[in-house]
Design a protein around this ligand. Structure first.
Ligand SMILES: Nc1ncnc2c1ncn2[C@@H]1O[C@H](COP(=O)(O)OP(=O)(O)OP(=O)(O)O)[C@@H](O)[C@H]1O
Length: 322
């Protein structure tokens, strides 16, 4: 659906997007995740044809955004970070105006406006001036205008910024429902948002792609290398003694347990081996029943920090070489 090949954007000497390549497949919700200044908006502005790239190629449904901008742009509905919404128009007037701008044939305009108002639940406020709407509703107007013209791809730049928690939930639900009919790309610096809404995450840091996977796989891949969380009935010394007999235990971190007469541990295992059976038998022999044993997965937040930290360290090392 979208192919981004070796994309570079320079602002003077500053490289905002640094040899970025990725593919967006049809029918999924993609999260474009990165800290402020990572290059998300710049990339989206290039995909949507708002700005030109310094180098590289973007194909939208086979159309090169620079060579066939009209055909490419027809496939995309865009909600920029600062949507150009005219405050002194009513919702309906504004949508009519955008429908004209998008050259939607006159006969189809009314039907299309009705449909997008229904999808974004704007019918009740259609005669209100946009300036009198809440931020959540204004954002819906922004999404509604992106939906006009039946684009297959919807691109939303930081769609929940500045909204209150209730509005955030409503907009997220709306985005999820858009995913049923469209390919959606949303940028965000909020990890919980991306893991709640997206099927696939692209993590970008200082203009570079540092990871691309499902939220679940990203957590799994980084699965605290190999570690387990345990709640075991018994005394700390007894449990430690039993665990000493299990091979490959690198570290045991003791936590106070809320369960009476039990201990909580995080057990770090060296290598990839699954040691759960050995742990089970060692603790059973010591008559210390396991009440809980589960692998610890990193949260997306930890994955993100780890990926961007590694990058920092690499950079520091390189700086040291100079
Ligand atoms: N028009 C411009 N001229 C010069 N530098 C720019 C311009 N636009 C963006 N930049 C720089 O390029 C880098 C990437 O900016 P960009 O806005 O794409 O990041 P972002 O990931 O969208 O962050 P944010 O969430 O803060 O918008 C930043 O260092 C920014 O300062």
């Amino acid at each position: 659906m979208i192919e981004v090949k070796d994309l570079v954007k320079k602002y003077g000497d500053h490289v905002a997007v640094d040899h970025l390549s990725f593919t967006i497949e049809k029918g999924k919700i993609y999260g474009f995740l990165g800290p402020n200044g990572a290059g998300k908006s710049t990339t989206m502005n290039m995909i949507t044809g708002y700005i030109a790239s310094t180098q590289g190629e973007i194909l939208i449904d086979g159309h090169n955004i620079l060579e066939e901008p009209e055909a490419a742009k027809k496939c995309i509905g865009y909600l920029p970070e600062l949507p150009p919404v005219y405050q002194d128009m009513t919702v309906r007037e504004y949508l009519k105006f955008v429908a004209e701008l998008k050259s939607i044939p006159k006969a189809e305009r009314e039907k299309n406006i009705k449909e997008v108002m229904s999808t974004t639940k704007l019918e009740e406020v259609q005669e209100r001036l946009i300036k009198n709407l809440s931020k959540g509703f204004k954002q819906r107007v922004g999404i509604a205008q992106a939906l006009l013209g039946y684009p297959e791809i919807i691109i939303l730049d930081e769609p929940t910024v500045g909204l209150d928690p209730k509005q955030i939930i409503e907009i997220r639900d709306l985005i999820k429902s858009l995913g049923e009919k469209h390919t959606v790309i949303l940028s965000s610096h909020i990890l919980s948002e991306v893991s709640a809404v997206c099927d696939h995450v692209l993590i970008i840091d200082r203009g570079k792609l540092v990871a691309s996977d499902t939220p679940e796989n990203l957590s799994k891949v980084m699965e605290g290398a190999n570690s387990l969380e345990l709640t075991v009935k018994g005394k700390e010394e007894e449990i430690r003694e039993a665990m000493n007999l299990v091979e490959n235990i690198q570290e045991m971190i003791y936590h106070e347990s809320f369960v009476p007469d039990a201990c909580d541990f995080t057990v770090k295992i060296s290598g990839e081996q699954d040691m759960r059976e050995n742990i089970f038998f060692a603790l059973a022999d010591a008559k210390c029943p396991i009440l809980k044993m589960q692998p610890t997965n990193m949260t997306l937040e930890e994955v993100f920090l780890k990926l961007t930290e590694d990058d920092n360290e690499e950079e520091k090392e390189n700086a040291g070489d100079l």
